[in-house]
Design a protein around this ligand. Sequence first.
Ligand SMILES: NC(=O)c1ccc[n+]([C@@H]2O[C@H](COP(=O)([O-])OP(=O)(O)OC[C@H]3O[C@@H](n4cnc5c(N)ncnc54)[C@H](O)[C@@H]3O)[C@@H](O)[C@H]2O)c1
Length: 331
Amino acid sequence: MRYKNWLITGGAGFIGVNLIERILRIAPQANIRVLDNLSVGTEEDLRGVCKFRKVKSDEIKGGSVGVELMVGDIKDYGTAFAVSKGIDIVIHLAANTGVAPSVDDPRADMETNIIGTFNMLESAKQNGITKFIFASSGAPLGEVDPPIHEGKVPKPVSPYGASKLAGEGYCCAYFRTFGLKTVSLRFGNVYGPRSKHKSSVVAKFFKSALKGEPLEIYGDGNQTRDFIFIDDLVRAVLLAAASEVGGEVFQIATYKETTVNEIAEKIKDIVERRTGIIARIVYGQCRAGDVRRNYSDISKAEKMLGFKPLYDLEAGIEKTFDYFLNGTGKE
Ligand SMILES: NC(=O)c1ccc[n+]([C@@H]2O[C@H](COP(=O)([O-])OP(=O)(O)OC[C@H]3O[C@@H](n4cnc5c(N)ncnc54)[C@H](O)[C@@H]3O)[C@@H](O)[C@H]2O)c1
């Protein structure tokens, strides 16, 4: 581990808790401060992976000792500034996540994803932080011929894609103008343990199937995504954190195109095989803002970060099923 003092925004969320668990496994002495407004993730979720103490902004004088949770909002600059004191590296995960909420309320999406990201970058600069990893997505690319890659001109379809693109733009500018080593990682569709609160397709299908409810597909199910298992995603974040790279964007996915129909069938099969529950698949309306095909060419991350996904869909889905079945994944 190159850095000792970490700030993880959105650290109580799905990716955050998995990342914290991994960092502490590799480097038990790491100091990790979490900034989360607990709008989605909970203290319980964080407690599931570590012991922590809660801090208030006026108590922060320098780096954290062990794991600290500050409950606060990235939209507030005072909070962002205080929480960044004594930090070496920021992993900026806090966001309005997903297309649907951004279509319902584009202003809220913009305020969290653009102003919030700006606040974290500016605080990082003011506090002399070395490295900044930004959780972006495939959404900035929008409706382009797949596979998507870093050389394509982004044409976002959803407000979420637009706000993540703005975040990438600020990350690039903060590297080129101020020397903050930013890296934007465009995550594929992440799935895995500790995703019980997610409404993304794998988590949603597992929750429905185990409750005996139908798996609802929006549209005809031939839309495609690039599904990446959480352990691979966390490894990519840590590789980016350890690298000397700044001002770059990387696709972080698997380079595999899977239809939503295929995912639904896989989940239906595993649930039936292992529990006897027979789930139905039903089709609803397409959702505004969703793109038709989306998978990523990950050659740049392979070349520059040494990233290679280790899990195929079968292995990842089995592990995710274990999590949803053993109780902790149930709502
Ligand atoms: N999960 C995926 O498939 C996926 C795909 C692409 C990109 N991403 C990006 O990765 C990041 C993490 O995603 P996740 O799946 O862990 O989401 P999540 O919703 O599980 O976690 C996000 C966390 O951020 C917190 N948060 C939200 N708004 C906040 C605010 N204004 N101030 C402080 N905290 C706030 C929430 O309480 C939550 O704990 C997000 O930026 C998301 O856009 C995720």
